[in-house]
Design a protein around this ligand. Structure first.
Ligand SMILES: Nc1ncnc2c1ncn2[C@@H]1O[C@H](COP(=O)(O)OP(=O)(O)O)[C@@H](O)[C@H]1O
Ligand SMILES: [Mg+2]
Length: 300
């Protein structure tokens, strides 16, 4: 691999959401601040929405790492679970004994008892779901019922949902109006701008131990921002490919040609640029037809 060629200690652009590579960008830090405030004030539901690859799982891990000690967390990374499976998964996470083998009724009682126990010990309990857009509809409802459990002053369970925008489309349905009302805080992750893309690339290289001269020049970072649409995962994929190509060709600085080759080799980006390529001729034809219609039919 290219590690030795560039003097790197580890791979800088892997796809795993590794918190040691975390760059405190404005949007991610803001999201964490919103989560922290909402959790301190005891809100029932909080959600963080972001397109694929914008850093949701990384934020989830940051939250789990950085959350203050008095919080007890239950983490469900893949919530494609029916209500019963969801209830049992939560129970297991909270340390309810024999959660897999008891009846639903007993399970609900035990979860409630465990939440009260944790509450009396001064803990707040947070359920964190990643990929929450994958929750089946009846499980979303089960989740709402969970947060009905409360003392006179505080919810016994708070829920943080990390999800793709599809979740909002689903929640827009009338049957979810009760749940919608419970969601008091929402944060939407946006894409990185060109300056952030540059900082991002630079930061990941530094963390991976890069000490050499400017590997990704400003111009290349600007182009990268365009082709990746500012999506961190796409930046990682392209940068990794570029490093491999540059290594293969014996280069020590990235060029527009290397970026072009990496883009051509990346399906998700190719599809995007094909759509863009098609949009322009389409708009041109529509405009010509409109002009024709206007001058020949309307004016005459
Ligand atoms: N602020 C950031 N700092 C460092 N790496 C980031 C940041 N945001 C996203 N990434 C990286 O981008 C990639 C995609 O992030 P991920 O959390 O898997 O996205 P999602 O879960 O939204 O699909 C991961 O490799 C992650 O480490
Ligand atoms: Mg994810």
């Amino acid at each position: 691999m290219y590690l030795y060629h560039f003097g790197l200690g580890e791979l800088p652009f892997t796809l795993t959401p590794n918190t040691s590579f975390y760059l405190p960008m404005a949007m991610h830090d803001e999201a964490l601040a919103v989560l922290s405030t909402a959790l301190q004030t005891g809100e029932g539901f909080i959600k963080v929405i972001g397109e694929v690859g914008t850093g949701k799982t990384l934020l989830c891990r940051k939250l789990l790492n950085d959350i203050p000690d008095h919080f007890v967390t239950a983490y469900i990374p893949n919530p494609y679970l029916n209500p019963d499976e969801l209830r049992r998964a939560v129970a297991v996470e909270l340390g309810v004994k024999q959660a897999q083998h008891i009846s639903v009724q007993l399970l609900t009682q035990r979860i409630q008892a465990r939440l009260l126990e944790l509450h009396s010990q001064g803990h707040s309990v947070v359920l964190i779901l990643d990929e929450a857009q994958a929750l089946p509809e009846d499980s979303l409802e089960a989740l709402r019922l969970f947060t009905n459990l409360e003392t006179e002053t505080r919810k016994l369970l708070q829920v943080v949902l990390f999800a793709q925008p599809e979740l909002d489309d689903r929640l827009a349905k009338t049957e979810f109006r009760q749940l919608r009302q419970r969601i008091t805080f929402t944060y939407k992750l946006r894409a990185m701008n060109a300056q952030e893309v540059q900082q991002y690339i630079h930061h990941r290289l530094q963390v991976a131990g890069y000490k050499g001269a400017d590997l990704f020049p400003v111009k290349i970072c600007q182009k990268m921002a365009q082709v990746s649409q500012g999506i961190p995962r796409l930046v990682n994929i392209l940068c990794h490919k570029m490093l491999m190509l540059a290594y293969g060709q014996g280069h020590y600085t990235m060029t527009a040609k290397i970026l072009k080759s990496a883009v051509e080799d990346t399906e998700s980006i190719e599809q995007y640029s094909k759509i863009k390529k098609l949009t322009f001729p389409f708009l041109l034809i529509v405009s010509v037809l409109f002009l024709f219609y206007y001058t020949v039919v309307v004016k005459s």
